[in-house]
Structures are given as structure tokens and as C-alpha cells.
Design a protein. Structure first.
Lengths: 330, 330
DNA sequence: GTGAAAGCGCTAACAG
DNA sequence: CTGTTAGCGCTTTCAC
């Protein structure tokens, strides 16, 4: 602000070279050793930092990625959102890349000119935004959602398979009355987990019962409400496959309150491998989803796209069943 | 990328006016109606969006705020961090301002040139960064921490008073053995809450006992560990004042498991008024901290600073005791 | 290897 | 009110 901001000119003058030479130094072009040293020293002494937007205007990079999160109600109540932000921040800062965060509430306010590329963390109600960005031909990668229509790169999780394995694991322990606490079904991963649940039942000739599927929207509160209803039913399930560890964790508290023994009377599998949920005397059996790997891959792909490698890549990562304390034979 | 990006020139040509007129239109300067309409239409048809960095270079604004979060271990496990991000995002997007997110891990990587101003959410280990930004004279405001030394604007919470009131509330209910589950004491708010606790005890002639103060670092896991230890003591407290609702919530589960009746045998006060912790049959009595108001004020102040009003403002907001189910007489 | 100079897209005087 | 023009700070030809 109105500060005598030092520019590339000042550095050039101080080092006794042209601004072009300084620019080359900044961009790691080969320089004669003595010049290089002089410039380095001048930069140091003046504590010079190039203005990124000027650089960008002249054809350089901003070294900034955009991160767009769909701001649907609930995303902020999730382990997931922060995890994504953290991992993206970690993955980018390791590459000296800054992050431009944009939350899609209802209007598309993302300024693509402020980023070299964009990471979209799931697409919930911002499909049109995605299309706009594709149209603008800005490098982008979608994370945590498989996208069919615009042909874009994405890195997603095989939620279906993860859920399938979880439920089959329960079945192999002799369970026949298996409930599913589902998430917000407008979110792809929640839908896929439900599908995996259904599919595992079908493959194992178990009847699908509507009453055993409960919508929690990933929230503890709604989980609690559903628990009260579910356990008021004549026939109570012997196992519950939950859409998230937080939901499973709430089931665990409920069970402890009601003195329902886990895993003797009730088996439980979560989803996420959320470290917050690892407390108490029982460790949750769960499906680990490789969020970190997903984000890292996404960032890597985005960098490749920006650097000119343009084939859209579609990656689906597998989950892993983590066996701990909450599943037993019946 | 390498797309025939449309510029202000294209718009000018299409509208049959000069680029200056287009610029004026974009910046809401008075224009003759017919010209205004022509430009508006051209902008519309070409789907033109100005390049923010070019605008900025020419003296305009980026309409972007920086948000710096100190990346100490634990910040990502907190309700707090997401709440701050969400509120900042909400407060800025309401003003058509974008957010440049930077997490301070160990190096100062924040590019001040990519923002018109900066919001620093607490200062944990980035005091030097704060000093650098002050030196660069970039508009900034610190949120959730009272800063003495560089004379900067801040908006903070009166944690001391909040804690004091909580503990006094317990004392007025007849409690004499009051424990405190403290947070990470390197964080100012945790220290202030501890101080408030101590002060309330002292003012009411109650002895301060080291053994009744337990460090949880705001984590459920450590809370659980401390609970085991605390309740193994010969004399058990009749009330616990917790540094956060999450910690209090964990105490609640513990109590339910151990069949310690709340609030009959154990009274409990949290801190935050965290909606995630409102489930189960008991509603937590807590200290509400106005995070939203804090962030909104911070954004407002930052805007004023950017617009030239330069007196540093120091604001401390009061908390509010929310009386619900978890405190009883003894 | 290096310097001079053009120009990225926009805003802000300055005349008219 | 509007058009002309001079930069903003940087990268990138193009000569040397």
C-alpha cells in the first residue's frame, strides 16, 4: 500500500545488470557465475519478492491452484472437508504453490484468472461451474467424484467396492440382519456406499429391507434419531454398516449407553478411518479411504496438465478394510 | 491455456467504444446510457471477464483476502479451524471477495502480492511472519488473538472472562472440587481459560490443586486418558470445566459408560457452543464464543483498512454462558 | 550470456 | 462524458 515497493529495476540497478538478467536469475536460466552472485546478493539485501500478478501478466505462472469446495450444508460438519483442505494445502505448499480457496454456495464466484489450475473437491451442485471451467480451458482436476460427462481428469475412491467388502465381511461373520446408516444421498460417495451394501446383500442371497437403511446425512444428531427408531423395531439388526466413522462412533456411544454389547450383540463397521473416532476402549473396524493419496495424485495430475501434458486421466483408488474390535461372529 | 482469451479490446471493438469506456463500465463510473448498454451487451455476448492480475497491476484491486492459519498439530482436529475458514469464506464471498488460503507450517510462504489484505487466524508460531507483513505495510487484521507488540488490528474473544463465569457458575452451585480440562497451552485461548479458572477459584477462596488441571490438547483421546487418571484419584471432582465442547462431550460419554450420573454426581461445562456436540439426551451447558461475529468484524475492519481508514482497532468480544442440562447443585 | 525493447490487459491521468 | 496515451512489473523475443 503506497509503500515504495522495490521492483526488478531496483534489483537490476543494485546488481549492475539489466532487468532481463534479473528475470533470468529468478527463473533459473543459466547465468555467468559472477552475475548470478551479484543478483543473488541484491535480491537478498533488498529483500525482493517479485509481484506474482505482474509476472503472470507477462506470461509466467502464478504458482497458485484454486480449490473449489461445494458449500452444501453439512460439508463443514465433516472430517472430510478439512482433510481435503489440509491435504491440498500440504501437497501444494510442498511444491511452493499457493491455494486459492473458493466455496461454491449458490453463485459461481471463482475467478479463474487467479489460479494456474483448479482442483474441484467433489461436484455437488456446481456441475455448471465445472462446465464453465472446461469451456475456459483452464487446467483442472476433480477429486472424490467420478465425472462422466465433460471429459475431465479425476481421482476418486472406489466406494462401492469398499462398502461391498465391508458388508461381505459382516456376512462372513454370520450376520443376516445388517443395517446401513447412509449419508446424504446427493453425495456420490454416499450413494455408492449404499449401492455396495445392496449389492453385497444380493450376491449373498440376503433380503434387502428398506427399514434397515437409515439416512443420517453423516450427522451424529440424525444418527441418534435413527438409532432410537431402529431399536424400537420388533426385529433389531445384529450388525450395522455405517457411511462414516463419525456415525459409527455415535452408534458406539448409543450401544454403550444402552448396554448393548459390541461386538457380542452388535457388530459395527465404519468408513473413513477417521482418527478422531479412535478413542474409548473399542477401536472401530472400518474402511480406510486414501484421501491423502487421492489428493496427492490430484495435485500431481493437475501439475502435469499445467505443464502441457493434456491427456485426461481417470483414477479410482481402492479402499482398505481395517479390522479392529467392533465386528464379531454371531 | 493458450486459448484466444478475450480482452477488454475485443469488448471495446464490439461495442464500438474505446477501451477506457469499457474500463469505466467495469468500474461503475458514470456512462451515457446508450454506451453503457452497448458495452453491457458486448460483455454479455463475449462472456468477458477481466483478468484480475492485469487490473491489479494497473492499480486496481484483486478483491482477494489472504487467510493465514497457523498449521500447528491439532488445528485440523478442531471445530475451530473449519469454523474460521467457513466464516471467513462466507463473510468475504458476501462482498465478492476471494480467499487466498495459506497454512503456516514452518516456512513463511505467503505471497502478499496475491491479496489486498490478510486475515491471520491466531498467531501461534508465526510471529515473525506477522512482523514481516507489518513491515510490508500490507493491510491486515488478526483474529482470535490479542496482539501486544506490533500495533495491529485484532478481534479476539474474552476467554478469561468466559472461563471465570463458567467456574463461578459451578461454584454458585455449591461445587468445591472443580477440575479443569485444559487445551494446548501454547494457544492463547487455552491459557486464558486456565487463568480464568484459577482466578475464579481464588476469588472464591477455593484452593487451587495442580492435580485437578489436566491437559487434553483439545483432543478426545487425551481427554480419555486424563479421565482414567483423574477418576483413579482418591478424591474425585464434582464438576469439570472443559476447554472445549468436544472435550466435555468426551467426558459425557465417559460418565455414561461408567454410570456416573450427570449432573447429579458430576457437573460439566464446555466451551465453544459447538453444535456437533449437541446430541444424546443431555445438552451441554457451555460458554458460547462468538466466532462468527469475530470473523465478520475482522473482515469489516480489514475492508476499512484497505479503503484507507488506518487506525488500528482492537476489539475483544464477550462470551455468553449457555445454561442447559449438565450443571446441577451439590 | 547479456541488454534493449516490445508488450501482456488493464486503469488513470489528461485533454477534449 | 469519452478517447488517447502512458505506464504498472515482469517475461520474452531478438540482436549482439
Amino acid at each position: 500500500m503506497s509503500f515504495p515497493k522495490i521492483t526488478i529495476k531496483d534489483v537490476a540497478k543494485k546488481a549492475g545488470v539489466s532487468i532481463a538478467t534479473v528475470s533470468r536469475y529468478l527463473n533459473n536460466f543459466p547465468l555467468r557465475k559472477d552475475n548470478k552472485d551479484k543478483v543473488a546478493q541484491a535480491v537478498q539485501e533488498l529483500n525482493y519478492r517479485p509481484l506474482l500478478y505482474a509476472r503472470r501478466l507477462a506470461g509466467g505462472k502464478l504458482n497458485t491452484f484454486g480449490l473449489i469446495l461445494p458449500g452444501y450444508e453439512g460439508i463443514f460438519y465433516s472430517f472430510y472437508a478439512l482433510e481435503i483442505i489440509r491435504e491440498v494445502a500440504a501437497a501444494t505448499s510442498g511444491n511452493a504453490i499457493d491455494l486459492h480457496l473458493n466455496i461454491f454456495w449458490d453463485k459461481d464466484t471463482f475467478q479463474s484468472s487467479l489460479a494456474d489450475g483448479v482442483i474441484l473437491a467433489d461436484i455437488i451442485n456446481n456441475q455448471r461451474q465445472l462446465e464453465r471451467l472446461v469451456e475456459e480451458a483452464i487446467p483442472l482436476v476433480v477429486v472424490n467424484k467420478k465425472i462422466e460427462d465433460p471429459e475431465v481428469s479425476f481421482v476418486a475412491i472406489n466406494n462401492f467396492k469398499g462398502a461391498y467388502e465391508a458388508v461381505e465381511f459382516l456376512i462372513h461373520h454370520g450376520h443376516k440382519q445388517i443395517a446401513h446408516f447412509a449419508g446424504d444421498l446427493r453425495v456420490q460417495c454416499a450413494q455408492e456406499r449404499l449401492d455396495g451394501y445392496k449389492s453385497a446383500l444380493a450376491k449373498n442371497n440376503l433380503e434387502f429391507k428398506e427399514a434397515l437403511v437409515r439416512k443420517t446425512n453423516f450427522s451424529r444428531k440424525e444418527t441418534r434419531e435413527q438409532l432410537e427408531k431402529l431399536f424400537a423395531l420388533p426385529q433389531v439388526p445384529t450388525a450395522i454398516f455405517c457411511c462414516s466413522d463419525e456415525v459409527a462412533s455415535e452408534v458406539l456411544s448409543f450401544a454403550e449407553e444402552k448396554r448393548i454389547e459390541v461386538p457380542k450383540k452388535l457388530s459395527l463397521i465404519g468408513f473413513d478411518d477417521n482418527p478422531h473416532c479412535l478413542y474409548g476402549n473399542l477401536m472401530l473396524t472400518t474402511i480406510r479411504q486414501p484421501l491423502k493419496a487421492m489428493v496427492q495424485q490430484g495435485v500431481k495430475i493437475l501439475k502435469e496438465i499445467i505443464d502441457g501434458q493434456k491427456t485426461p486421466q481417470r483414477v479410482v483408488l481402492d479402499t482398505e478394510l481395517i479390522i479392529r474390535d467392533t465386528v464379531g461372529f454371531i
